[in-house]
Design a protein around this ligand. Structure first.
Ligand code: THU
Length: 132
């Protein structure tokens, strides 16, 4: 399937990035199974560790509005390279979204699609919390 619209949504979401410290703008767009798109941007803080990434902003917006089933997440930055989600976002997504397509972009034209499970092999998951 084409993720053109999703990539455009991620690119547009970058415009709201609050990144005065890193100057690294990130936009994300999360597609639900029913075709809705939730967007997010990175939001930094003067206490640097409190920064939230674009991916988690989008995901928490969707979860907090009752969405549970997801198909894909696209990420857009201003970098010349493909940028993939940080480790913290991979872990958070692992618990909440299943093995979705992660759409990485480079510039305005190029993209590639990876699977979340390939981005975080041997993951710790909610299943690991069950006691036998
Ligand atoms: N950032 C994201 O929003 N997503 C990523 O996948 C990587 C990093 C943000 C966090 C911070 O605001 C800036 O990019 C530089 O690390």
């Amino acid at each position: 399937m084409s993720y053109k619209k999703l990539i455009k949504a991620a690119t547009d979401a970058k415009r709201y990035s609050y990144s005065p410290y890193s100057k690294f703008r990130v936009g994300a767009a999360l597609l639900t199974n029913s075709g809705r798109i939730y967007t997010g941007c990175n939001i930094e803080n003067s206490s640097f560790g409190l920064t939230i990434c674009a991916e988690r902003t989008a995901l928490f917006k969707a979860i907090s509005e009752g969405r549970k089933n997801f198909k894909a997440l696209a990420i857009s930055t201003d970098s010349k390279d493909y940028i993939s989600p940080c480790g913290a976002c991979r872990q958070v997504m692992m618990d909440l979204v299943g093995n979705i397509d992660v759409v990485l972009t480079k510039g305005n034209r190029e993209h590639k699609i990876l699977k979340l499970y390939d981005l975080l092999p041997h993951a710790f998951t909610p299943k690991n919390l069950t006691r036998n």
